[in-house]
Ligand binder design. Sequence first.
Ligand code: HEM
Length: 186
Amino acid sequence: MGNPQLVHFTGGETGPWRVLRMRAIAGPPLTDVAYVSTSETQGAWTLRGVVSHVRYVERAEGAALRERQEGLGRPAATRAALIPIKKADAWWDLAQDERRAIFEERSRHIASTLRFLPAIARRLHHARDLGEPFDFLTWFEFAPEHEALFDELLHMLRATEEWRYVTREIEIHLASADSGGAGIER
Ligand code: HEM
């Protein structure tokens, strides 16, 4: 049994998630792959992260999130997105209260995204302390009819002050490869 909080995403030739498209939004790209797996370790690349405690969420925000959000693995959520993100040293040099001010008071990362729940399910993985190339591996699941909604969410966040600190970002769109016998890992 490994640490259940430790998650890896391998891009390669097999896996339960088929790559629909991938592109670098900022910084160098990742090698194009056909599938993403959280169980395989053989592939063109493997990114690791941990599910960790929240850094910015305040009590009332946490309650609002829990009230609206749904978990991963919903049968109708056959689309997913893996978006690895790295932030600038200037971000990490800020104090916690300065980061919170940018993240929420000025960028409204939580307040403005609540309306995308429960359509979009999400999980944040922290990678920076593992010495990984990205600081965060963000993961989202949604039904195909919410693809335009997800694009709207990306567009909105990328226009924020918070995103000025993003130095590397790769967008990987996925569809569950549910026709094979591998099943879908969660
Ligand atoms: C369904 C919409 C979304 C909701 C409700 C949401 C909510 C949150 C919350 C509550 C946090 C703070 C966690 C903490 O306190 O540590 C967070 C962090 C984060 N989110 Fe989102 N988010 C959404 C969409 C997105 C999208 C689409 C992206 C990427 C394109 C993204 C990227 C991030 C990143 C990188 C962090 C970590 C920020 C940091 O610690 O510096 N989020 N999100």
